[in-house]
Structure formats: C-alpha cells, structure tokens
Design a binder for this molecule. Structure first.
Ligand code: GLN
Length: 304
C-alpha cells in the first residue's frame, strides 16, 4: 500500500522551499491579484480515497484546464462530427499562437490551443439553449458540487484585454470555421476559462477521464472510447510547447492553465491536481510541474 499522504507532505515541504516560484500571469490583469506563495495538491483515487495538502481547497482561475471539460461536453453532444473542424496534432507552439491557423486552412491543430478551444466554444454555443448556464450545470453535475461558479471579474478582465483571442476568432470566422458571432463565442469562451475551482473540485471533475467516462457519481458522461481519446490529446497537447517535457518528466496525461493549475491522471487509478500560480517561461505552473514530477517518482506511477 502506497502512503500517499506521506508523499504529498514530502512534496509540499520540499517544493515550496524553492525561492524561484515563477511569475504570475499578468496579461489578464485580474489573474495578477493572487498570492504567489499559494500551493496545494489534491489526489483523488478512483477507488474513492482522497488525500490533500496545502491550499487544496482554495479556488483559483482554472483557465485553459477548462478546455478539456468543454471538449468533453462538446464530444458528448455531437460525437465525431467535431473532428471535421479540428485536428489532433500537437502544435509545439504557445497556446496563443495564430499562424498555425492560417497554415491549416482555418482548422486549428488541436482543441487545446486557443483557436481550437474557440471552435469548441462555437460548437457549444450552437448546440446549447443557455450556453453559459448549461456548461456550468454540466461542470456541477460531473463534479457533484453545486457551489462551483464563474469568476465574473476574471471573465470581464479577459474580455477587455483579449485582443489575441479576438484575432483568433476573427481568423476562424474568415475561414468559415465559426458559425456564431465572434462576440457571443468569446463571451462564452472567457467565462469558461474564468471558472473558479479548487484542486479538490478539479480532481473530482476529471474523475470521468480516469474512470472510463463515468463521473464521480458513477454515471456515464462519455463513452469509454471518448475518455480514452481525450486522455491521448491531453498527453500530446496538454502543455502546448512543453508537452514533451511533461511526458518526459511526469509521464501522465494532463492539462495546465495560466491560473497556475495542473490536473493529471493515471487511467483506472487516480486524478491529481496541483496549484501554484507562478508560471515558467512556457506558461505552465513552475512548481506544479516539479510537484508532479516528484509525485510520479516517489509513488512510482506513470502510464509508461
Ligand atoms: N483564457 C486564457 C487565454 O485564452 C487561457 C490561456 C491558458 O490558460 N493557457 O489566453
């Protein structure tokens, strides 16, 4: 039996000693208001047990981690039709890179770069009656937690400064790969990214990817095959131009966000969420990456 609590305690002690904690994202002004010293880990085993350390129950802006959840929701609604408008190749480029979109004739390389996530947002806007509240209800349903909400200040802050995302959405529109109004799609996208969740809530939300498509309450929300495919995309595209490094150092499918959160999972075994808001040069949580590297090393767990 692995002593997970002891491992999390060790990581907390060791990793938080690091003086260079990275830099908080400031291009979305509202994100820059968090404490650089925040640090938490939550581990949710598929068998039901949970372990936590530090700020595991403090909520933060999940940002791009939400792209996995919007992809799951869109896939559960329209299935494989989704792949007519998106590819599944790693980009090797930052999350806000635009030229890829041009090269691929308006087909974003994958659903986790911003242009790809904006296409997913467009699909949800087309298929949901009340996109923002339906998406929120979906997140509450798979997590089993009705307290989860958007941070409206963060959404507004990103709307005011999201020039890059406006450019991406307009480019998609020029290639006929956006069916709704740019404003409407981006309003949805900025709210989706502004979901406010804790490590504990994220581990619960991602349970369905570790449990063959069944959410925490054991209800099927994805097919087995859909869950498997989303895990493959997390492994290859979850960390932008650092996906190779994450697979190399950590060895799990996962997804990061500029709010400093990372969620990773081992199918059939566990979901682990980490939060440390300081980012490295590639926009991924600096200590979060370190903590997960330590976790898979100490627990001797990896998909490889
Ligand atoms: N909302 C952010 C953006 O679109 C998400 C980026 C991220 O977390 N990598 O710029």
């Amino acid at each position: 039996m692995i002593d997970y609590q002891n491992i999390l305690n060790q990581i907390n002690q060791k990793v938080t000693k690091d003086k260079n904690k990275g830099k908080i994202a400031s291009y979305i002004p509202e994100l820059a208001t968090v404490d650089l010293n925040s640090f938490g880990i939550h581990l949710q085993l598929v068998s039901g047990e949970q372990f936590a350390v530090g700020d595991a129950h403090k909520s933060f802006s999940i940002q791009s981690i939400s792209k996995v959840l919007s992809l799951a929701y869109a896939m559960s609604i329209i299935g494989t039709d989704l792949w007519k408008r998106l590819d599944v190749e790693p980009s090797g480029n930052p999350f806000n890179h635009l030229s890829l979109l041009e090269l691929e004739e308006g087909i974003p390389r994958n659903p986790f770069i911003n242009s790809g996530a904006i296409v997913i947002a467009d699909i949800l806007v087309s298929n949901l009656e009340n996109p923002k509240s339906d998406f929120l209800n979906y997140i509450r349903d798979i997590t089993g937690d009705n307290t989860i909400d958007y941070n409206y200040k963060v959404a507004q802050s990103e709307k005011e400064t999201g020039f890059n995302n406006y450019a991406a959405a307009n480019l998609l529109k020029s290639f006929n790969n956006l069916n709704n109004d740019v404003e409407v799609v981006l309003d949805f996208y900025f709210h989706q990214c502004a979901l406010q969740m804790s490590c504990a809530q994220l581990s619960k939300a991602f349970h369905l990817f570790a449990n063959k498509g069944k959410c925490l309450a054991n209800k099927a929300r994805l097919t087995k095959s859909q869950a498997k495919r989303i895990n493959a995309i997390m492994l290859t595209c979850g960390f932008y131009d650092e996906a190779g490094e994450f697979a190399f150092e950590v060895g799990l499918p996962g997804k990061s966000g500029v709010g400093g959160g990372i969620v990773a999972l081992l199918p059939n075994e566990f979901v682990i969420s980490v939060w440390s808001p300081g980012l490295n040069e590639r926009g991924n949580s600096k200590l979060g990456m370190k903590a997960l590297e330590q976790f898979t090393t100490l627990a001797n767990q990896s998909i490889f």
